[in-house]
Design a protein. Structure first.
Length: 111
């Protein structure tokens, strides 16, 4: 599925099952909540915390939830995420094409 197709599918789902989009401000709050849930799983899987009883490793599910709400916000605000992602690649390439190659922190081997 392309990003454009994902934006279309989310829009279709909202119109068929979701009644309407939540307000942009509500969706921003929901996005923050979803990022927090992703952070919790990351902290337990890759950080120093352990899973609580009943919690599960659902990293992909949490990432998909973040993406879903981000797509909702893009749809609501008229953003073409495919176009914006391409612009981001171009910006990062022109700005950072050599910067990371010359960063000694990135070339240092982990022990």
């Amino acid at each position: 599925m392309t990003i454009k197709e994902a934006q279309q599918k989310v829009d279709e789902w909202i119109k068929e099952y979701g009644v309407r989009y939540f307000s942009e401000l509500t969706n921003m709050a929901v996005l923050t909540e979803e990022v927090g849930e992703l952070a919790r799983v990351m902290a337990r899987q890759y950080g120093d915390q352990s899973f609580k009883e009943g919690e599960k490793l659902n990293l992909g599910e949490e990432m998909a939830d973040v993406l879903w709400v981000l797509i909702c916000l893009a749809n609501q605000t008229g953003i073409d995420l495919t176009e914006e992602l391409q612009r981001s690649f171009e910006k990062k390439t022109s700005r950072d094409s050599q910067r990371h190659r010359h960063n000694p922190k990135l070339s240092a081997k982990e022990t």
